[in-house]
Design a binder for this molecule. Structure first.
Ligand code: SF4
Length: 475
């Protein structure tokens, strides 16, 4: 059987105003995971439209398309094209699960939720020539899943070819997150067996690993065992966590020992009313400053994520957030305009209040305002969003922020990481065009490791952090 698997381009990835490097970071792990269920005799052509040109002149037996909200229209276009040619089209992913009826108009079959058991059931039915229109994953487990088809990854086209996922979902329920809807009807947070995860990590070539899990530290027992098992592998890794998990005594230290060198943290807002309104309870009454200090003391960099446009945000939110990030020496920041994705609790509330302005999915990219904000005009919100990026990544801010650190290596690492990410766009573009982006991996590894072994302040003092340092709870 000829199978074509397509990760269609997000609209923003095709815009000349956005940064190609952002879309050349991670390979399409979801499709490689699905490919593992195909037969060795199947001929698989896996295309990631973010890094290669999609040819539409072929005639596969089965076309599989993974759909995100801002790739929905492009995905539908590709699906319609292949269906006209007589190919069988199956679609799945976050957007398909959010709006199954919309997607079903463009597919022969849709798969809802985390493919899990639904995908092999579909494949069996398809081979038996009796596929159904719709499959819903009912079994939620990663145990015994076949090894991901990493051989399908065109490694030279990605900065982080060693991306990996060892869990699914997250234990929290923020109202703006897709997670609840995507995993509805079953478990919404589960992990791989530790031994299987470690075996997969061990097999990855080179030092650098990027965990794409929503919350790698979400299951403390799993994370502890994983980090224990990674000690001595010589990896440096990046991952995501919550403020709550970072403040837990001991866990972050283990992560650092295992090789964690940067962590993505969803701070989202500095305003407690906003946090409560969006069910971000895991951040409520947590001392963000103490969390950042802990991360830095462990020799780990912070990528802080912030959302603008929550109902308690006014015109002052942009500069306040940037100043706070600079003051706390956050290395990189990711800003978002709040976006009520369909099927989320936030969308339901906003729709009931008549505040959704339009359903043009191309603009649901967290860079455009698609709802009526409470204390800001849509124009002021978009302007403030772009200004925040400009101010946070100005040379002045970067030097000031790096200067907050007392350790020279940490300062140098901060500057090279932030500037390397944001200030050398033409270099990234050239590397992407010439398919050399992976050549920057040793540089990334060197920066993450702070040009040699990073000795954290805790290690230097030979001291353990105090309980009060770990658990300060005033915000
Ligand atoms: S912590 Fe992150 S992944 Fe988990 S529900 Fe909230 S936004 Fe979603």
């Amino acid at each position: 059987m000829k199978v074509k698997m397509i990760l269609s381009a997000l609209t923003e990835a095709k815009s000349p105003f956005f940064r190609p490097i952002k879309y050349s970071l991670f390979p399409p792990l979801g499709l490689c995971t699905l490919a593992a269920y195909l037969s060795p005799d199947d001929e698989i052509n896996l295309v990631d439209e973010h890094v290669e040109v999609l040819s539409l002149n072929d005639q596969p037996d089965l076309v599989v398309i993974q759909v995100y909200i801002t790739s929905a229209y492009r995905s539908y276009q590709i699906a319609d094209h292949y269906r006209k040619r007589g190919c069988y089209v199956v679609m799945g992913g976050l957007h398909v699960t959010s709006l199954p009826d919309e997607a079903a108009e463009h597919a022969d079959t849709i798969i809802l939720g985390p493919a899990g058991d639904a995908w092999p059931r579909f494949l069996a039915d398809f081979r038996a020539k009796c596929p159904q229109k719709r499959y819903v994953a009912t079994t939620r487990t990663l145990e015994g899943k076949p090894p991901i088809r990493r051989d399908l990854i065109k490694r030279e086209r990605y900065l982080c070819p060693n991306s990996i996922v060892v869990s699914r979902g997250c234990p929290h329920t923020c109202d703006f997150c897709y997670k609840e809807a995507f995993y509805s009807g079953g478990r919404s947070f589960y992990t791989q067996l530790v031994d299987e995860a470690l075996a997969e990590i061990q097999k990855l070539p080179g030092k650098h690993v990027y965990f794409l899990d929503d919350h790698l530290l979400g299951n403390e027992r799993f994370a502890n065992a994983l980090f224990d098992g990674m000690v001595g592998m010589g990896k440096v890794f990046q991952a995501a966590s919550t403020v709550q998990a970072i403040l837990k005594p001991g866990l972050l230290e283990k992560a650092a020992k295992a090789g964690m060198r940067s962590v993505f943290v969803g701070f989202e807002t500095l305003d407690a009313t906003n946090l409560a309104e969006h069910d971000k309870y895991q951040n409520l009454n947590r001392d963000y400053g103490a969390a950042i200090k802990r991360v830095h003391d462990c020799g780990i960099m912070v990528n802080g994520s912030f959302v603008f446009g929550m109902d308690n945000d006014d015109e002052s939110v942009f500069s306040r957030t940037v100043e706070w990030g600079v003051k706390h020496s956050i290395e990189t920041a990711t800003f978002h305009i709040m976006t009520p994705y369909p099927s989320t609790a936030l969308h339901t509330r906003m729709a009931a209040e008549g505040r959704i302005v339009h359903n043009n999915w191309d603009l649901y990219d967290t860079r455009h305002v698609v709802y009526q904000p409470a204390k800001l005009s849509p124009e002021a919100l978009e302007r403030g969003y772009w200004r925040a990026y400009k101010e946070f990544y100005s040379w002045n801010s970067m030097f000031t922020s790096a200067g907050v650190k007392s350790d020279l290596r940490a300062q140098l690492r901060h500057l090279s990481y932030a500037a390397g990410w944001k200030k050398f766009e033409p270099v990234w573009d050239l590397l992407i065009r010439t398919r050399q982006v992976t050549r920057m991996l040793p540089m990334l590894e060197a920066v993450l490791a702070a040009y040699g072994r990073f000795q954290s302040p805790i290690e230097r003092k030979g001291a353990q952090p105090s309980a009060s340092q770990l658990l300060t709870a005033d915000q």
